[in-house]
Each structure stands twice: as C-alpha cells, then as structure tokens.
Design a protein around this ligand. Sequence first.
Ligand SMILES: NC(=O)c1ccc[n+]([C@@H]2O[C@H](COP(=O)([O-])OP(=O)(O)OC[C@H]3O[C@@H](n4cnc5c(N)ncnc54)[C@H](OP(=O)(O)O)[C@@H]3O)[C@@H](O)[C@H]2O)c1
Length: 270
Amino acid sequence: MPSYTVFGASRGIGLEFVRQFAEDKDNQVFAVVRNPNNTPLLAEAMKTFKHNNVRIVKGDLDDLTSIKAAAAEIGDATGGSLDYLINNGAYIYSEGGALISLPDYSSEKVLEDDLFNTFRTNVVGVVNTINTFLPLLRKSAIKKVITLSTGLADTDVIIRSRVTINPAYAVSKAAVNMVVAQFAGRLQEEDFTFIALAPRLVNTTTKPPTPEELAAFQDTVQKFLKHSPQWDGVPLTPEQSVTYMRQVIDKVGPKDSGAFLSQFGNKQWL
Ligand SMILES: NC(=O)c1ccc[n+]([C@@H]2O[C@H](COP(=O)([O-])OP(=O)(O)OC[C@H]3O[C@@H](n4cnc5c(N)ncnc54)[C@H](OP(=O)(O)O)[C@@H]3O)[C@@H](O)[C@H]2O)c1
C-alpha cells in the first residue's frame, strides 16, 4: 500500500496531488494542511473521492512542533513508514514584494521581511520537514522526496528572461534546490531519491487578479515568450501539471537524486 504525504494540500497543486493519488484505492494519502478545520476546497474535494484513503493531518511548515506531530500521526497510521513525501507548501506571495524587484522595495524593512518570511517557510520549513520524516522514509523501499521548485530558481532563466519580480520567493526556491542536493549527497548510500521539481506555470488562482497583478503577469508572459518561443503562453491547469509531474516522479530513482527538473523531467521549464 504506497503511502503519500503532501504538505500544503489545502488548494492548488497540493490539492491536485491529493486528488490524483486518491484515485488508486491502494494508496494511503495524507493531506497536510495548516488549518484542518478551515480548508473548504479540500473538504469539498473529499466528498468526491471514491475511496476512503485520504486523511487530513494538521501541519504548518513554520511550526516544527506541528511537523513532528504530523509525522507521529502519519507513522501511527502507516505502521512507521512513508514512501513519498511531497514538499509542496510554500510562501509564494507577499503584498510588499510580489510585483517588484530587489532594488524597488518600499523600505529595507519590507525587503528584509520578505526575504526572511520566504526563507523561513520555503527553506527552513522544508529542511525541518525532511529531517522529521526521515525515520519514516528510511523504513520504505521507495524513499522518494519531491520538493516543489520553480523555473524562476534557474539563474539562466532570470538572466535571459529578465523576469525579476517576486525576488524573495525566487531566491528561497534557489536555496531549496541546494537543500535537495545536500540531502541527496548526504544520503546517497541509502537509496533515497530527492528531487526539486518545477511544475511549469500553473493557474492556481482562487480570485480574479487586481489590475496591477494582471499587468505584471502579462509582462512576465511576454518576457517568457521571448526567452522560450516554443511555449504557448498558457498556464497549465493543476490537473495537467500534476499529471506531468507524476510521470517524472514515477521515472526518477536514486541515480537522479539531487536533480532540479522540470515537469518534463529535464530543464525545459516552459
Ligand atoms: N502555480 C505555479 O505557477 C507555480 C510555479 C512554480 C512553482 N510552484 C510551486 O508549486 C507549489 C504549489 O504552488 P501553488 O500554485 O499550488 O500554490 P498555492 O495555490 O498558493 O498553494 C500554496 C499551498 O501552500 C500552503 N502553505 C503556505 N504556507 C504554508 C505553511 N507555512 N505550512 C504549510 N503549508 C503552507 C497553502 O496553505 P494555506 O491554504 O493554509 O495558505 C497552500 O496549500 C509551491 O511550492 C510553488 O512554489 C507553483
């Protein structure tokens, strides 16, 4: 019975991972969310699942105690092991920094907060989660740890496309790619597979964009189209993205451990 833990499963890509994993009745799926009592999209999705194989677990990447409690609860349910850990949850959007670049913040304080907040969740949170779940993963024959990254963490993409908005987020995701490589290097002899996986541009919005957000998005799309002319300019749906990523997750093995891959399993981000 393969077991999957998805952090950040309340909505967007994380929720879609849960939905797809839940389709196989043999899978045991743990949907980790910050607020189990207030997760309307997941609660609604749970009503549509055919099998009784998804359990909602509380877990916040910013709170190590809650990560430890989640691992204990999941270990009790699986008999002490975990096959797949999906580090999907992330601090993505800050009011002060999402639409601007590093020199353009309204104040040094807003810039520092953005850097610390993204690093806290996207780097420290992921390191804490992997370390906490290692004992369960070690008991598995599969041992796959997938951490969601982004093509914006590829320095060549930034230099060539000049997409420099949401910089703190991009910096934190570049750092988490190194986290993945660090774990891969350290645990090479234990047959783990650690992968940083980018989902491509995916529409996970839950409300209409403001005019400023729309303008920034359109500008970003134009820059990406110049950099990647093969791209159709259309964001994927979560369903499409997760379908692609699952093919990569199935294919990778210990020899790939530490890699930073796109949804195609290579370096084509769009
Ligand atoms: N969408 C894209 O185009 C895109 C592109 C590249 C990479 N990615 C990556 O893909 C992943 C999912 O993105 P998405 O678009 O699905 O994002 P999203 O719709 O904004 O969802 C983010 C998820 O992360 C959770 N989360 C945030 N902070 C957390 C914390 N401290 N502890 C636990 N969970 C937390 C959120 O929970 P709450 O509901 O409680 O806030 C939510 O479930 C992220 O790692 C992102 O960086 C996305």
